[in-house]
Design a protein around this ligand. Structure first.
Ligand SMILES: Nc1ncnc2c1ncn2[C@@H]1O[C@H](COP(=O)(O)OP(=O)(O)OP(=O)(O)O)[C@@H](O)[C@H]1O
Ligand SMILES: [Mg+2]
Length: 259
């Protein structure tokens, strides 16, 4: 739950992204308060991944401004983002991908501490202590010396979450973190995310897990063709959307799930 007296930890204003002539983000503005959990929904191709990737500069925004914690970047159309600014923004965020992206030749602990050692330049012992703390948080300390090939998909994703947490970002960005998992493994990852939310981790989550959205999100955003057309508490957006586009999406989504 967000705290009352705080100013937003993320502020996005009029964000645009073009891929050549394809205008994917068409003026996205929103804020995220400290400890708030935002769930982003929308049909395939609406720009959800692109939005998260712009927030941590995996994609270069084409125009607009992004503030995360103490770092602000304003992108003028036709100009490139300064590389140091992009790195500064990236350090404020942690990203969890659908496909985990763990290094196969490293153990769970080595994966978790890689950024601490190479980016934050911490001595290996100090990094290992932090890494163990976060492996423990996702329930995987017993697997610290195991390589990804010997972990289940759910365990791999929990290691990936620990890796993001270890960098102590201001906001965690999740892009369909359970979509690559067998159904029986989804719950353990959602449980970890639920726990993080309860502990006050600020998160932005792209997911199709509507029960997670409804239980955990403070706010749901519906993105349609690169524009946020509606946002509000999950009960409002998921149960009685005001915008016809949101309503149509949710209806077809629930039908395709057989709900
Ligand atoms: N690197 C890229 N180069 C060119 N076009 C891209 C690139 N990345 C995404 N796109 C296009 O941008 C649009 C938005 O894609 P994006 O992946 O953000 O959608 P999404 O909402 O995450 O969809 P999904 O639910 O399928 O993951 C799509 O039309 C996609 O083809
Ligand atoms: Mg996507």
């Amino acid at each position: 739950m967000p705290t009352n007296d705080s100013k937003p930890i993320v502020q996005v204003e009029n964000l645009h992204k073009w891929f050549d002539l394809l205008h994917v983000l068409r003026g996205v503005s929103f804020t995220v308060d400290p400890q708030e959990v935002l769930v982003l929904i929308g049909r395939s191709g609406s720009g959800k991944s692109t939005l998260l990737r712009c927030l941590n500069m995996l994609e270069e925004p084409s125009a607009g401004s992004i503030t995360i914690g103490p770092v602000s970047v304003r992108v003028e159309p036709g100009k490139h983002v300064d590389r140091r600014q992009a790195t500064a923004i990236r350090l404020q965020t942690g990203m969890v991908f659908q496909e985990f992206n763990l290094f196969p030749h490293m153990t769970a602990l080595q994966n978790v501490i890689e950024g601490l050692v190479t980016v934050k330049k911490l001595p290996r012992e100090e990094a290992a202590a932090i890494g163990e703390k976060y492996l423990d948080k996702v329930g995987l300390l017993p697997k610290r010396d195991v390589h990804p090939v010997r972990l289940s998909g759910g365990q791999k994703q929990r290691v990936a979450i620990a890796r993001s947490l270890a960098m102590e970002p201001k906001v965690l960005l999740f892009d369909e973190p359970t979509s690559a998992l067998d159904p029986e493994l989804i719950g353990e990852v959602l449980d970890v995310m639920r726990r993080l939310a309860l502990e006050g981790t600020t998160m932005m989550v792209v997911t199709h897990e509507m029960s997670f959205a409804s239980d955990v999100a403070d706010r749901v955003l519906y993105l349609d063709h690169g524009v946020i057309v509606e946002q509000g508490p999950p009960t409002q957006i998921l149960k009685s959307p005001q915008d016809e586009r949101t309503a149509v999406f949710l209806r077809s989504f629930l039908e395709s799930r057989g709900d």
